[in-house]
Write a protein that binds this ligand. Structure first.
Ligand SMILES: Cc1ncc(COP(=O)(O)O)c(C=O)c1O
Length: 402
């Protein structure tokens, strides 16, 4: 993997921040976009602008083809069938789709249990909390162990009798990469029927997903964290699930036949894609998938782990720094850390050096609070970050703390 060559594709890396070269270490929040993705999106507006759904004119045919190709590409990317790939606005909307679809289908009965974990992003807590607030379900949280991994005994105990289990594939804070296959086996030993869903936001950009092999009911992720534009997200769900359950949004395109008082839902995946979608993003999706496949997700993951190891070796326990996350190979491309400085002050001082990190709760307030912290700093890596950048970050961080 030639990182210097890759960097030429990301024009924003030419930016100066406070007169210094930009060092972008906020990839867990969103990724930068390569020129090929930006050009592809632009081409929709400069060459192919039209609504989709196979209008007979040329532009509509072209846009429809690209949109359908994006579904095919995502299906292939995660080894699912095209009917199982739903385009949404983002991962948050995808989880809401699952929640509302189940609610609309009267799936939950009063007193049912939903299980998630304390390491979740708010988007995998609040939709379920909404059902709890309505008095419909009880929400239980699986704890993490001393190595910042899911406590498997607690998981085993809590999933018993649950109607739905929704956990992250990888944490956006403590960087834990959960072993979904292993947790799935434990789940099925204790519970044959619960819906098993994965928040794949921090997995899909970094690790190959095989939807069929994972043996889960659904996985969600956002395009913007994996080189694609903002405003596009994905829900990959088993065909049986999507066929059985009611839609979430209602209106045009999600129907096949309409009379004044009744309608028939469209075939999959369109049953769950009401209204005009983010058509331009389809062009971006196709270019991004091409880019990621050319580099190879396994190379991206290995590269990030190398950068993480460098940070752990150079920073953990030094200059008052504490890094939170598994001390083994299950630590993904994120460094969550604490120091004697307030995390926002630290992020501001790093920004003065051109280094972009994130500070605060990271939309995972229960997790950060469980560490008895009111905020933490986070550096996160992607394919275009170099070892030199990480060394520069380490040096400046130490300078500031000294
Ligand atoms: C683990 C995880 N889940 C969910 C989300 C929500 O993603 P979005 O805001 O794109 O819906 C994020 C975003 O940071 C995340 O990291």
């Amino acid at each position: 993997m030639n990182v210097n060559k890759i960097r030429e594709d990301f024009l924003v890396l030419n930016r100066k921040i406070e007169g210094k070269d930009l060092v972008y270490l906020d990839n867990a929040a969103t990724s930068l976009k390569p020129k090929s993705v930006i050009d592809a999106i632009t081409s929709y507006y400069t060459e192919h602008t039209a609504n989709i759904h196979r209008g007979v004119h040329t532009l509509s045919q072209e846009a429809s083809e690209e949109y359908e190709l994006a579904h095919k590409n995502i299906a292939k990317f995660v080894n699912a069938s095209e009917e199982e790939v739903i385009f949404t606005k983002n991962a948050t909307e995808s989880i809401n789709l699952i929640m509302y679809s189940l609610l609309n289908s009267n799936f939950f009965k009063k007193g049912d249990k939903i299980v998630t974990t304390i390491m979740e992003h708010h988007s995998n807590i609040i939709p379920w909390q909404y059902l709890e607030k309505k008095g419909l379900v009880n929400l239980e949280f699986v704890n993490i162990n001393k190595n910042y991994e899911i406590d498997e005994e607690d998981f085993r105990k809590k999933v018993k009798g649950a109607k739905l289990v929704s956990i992250s594939g990888a944490s956006n804070t403590i960087a834990t990469q959960n072993d979904i296959v292993r947790l799935g086996k434990i789940l099925r030993e204790e519970n044959k029927t619960a819906i098993f869903g994965i928040d794949g936001c921090q997995t899909a950009p970094h690790k190959k997903i095989d939807f069929k092999k994972l043996n889960i009911d659904y996985i969600v992720f956002s395009g913007h964290k994996m080189l694609m534009p903002t405003g596009i997200g994905f829900l990959i769900a088993k065909k049986e699930f999507l066929e059985k359950n009611e839609p979430f949004l209602f209106g045009g395109d999600m129907i096949s036949q309409v009379a004044l008082h009744s309608s028939e839902w469209n075939k999959l995946p369109y049953k769950f894609e009401a209204g005009t979608p983010h058509i331009a993003s389809a062009y971006g999706i196709n270019a991004a998938i091409k880019y990621l496949e050319k580099i190879g997700l396994e190379n991206i993951e290995a590269h990030e782990k190398k950068l993480v190891k460098l940070c752990i070796d150079e920073l953990d326990g030094k200059n008052g720094i504490k890094i939170y996350g598994p001390k083994n190979d299950n630590h993904g491309g994120i460094i969550l850390f604490d120091s004697k400085l307030n995390c926002h002050d630290l992020a501001t001082l790093l920004n003065d050096q051109g280094i972009a990190i994130r500070s605060g709760m990271h939309c995972a307030e229960p997790l950060v609070s469980s560490l008895n912290k009111e905020g933490l700093a986070r550096a996160s890596f992607y394919l275009y970050n170099t070892e030199d950048e990480v060394r520069f970050f380490i040096e400046k961080l130490k300078d500031i703390l000294e």
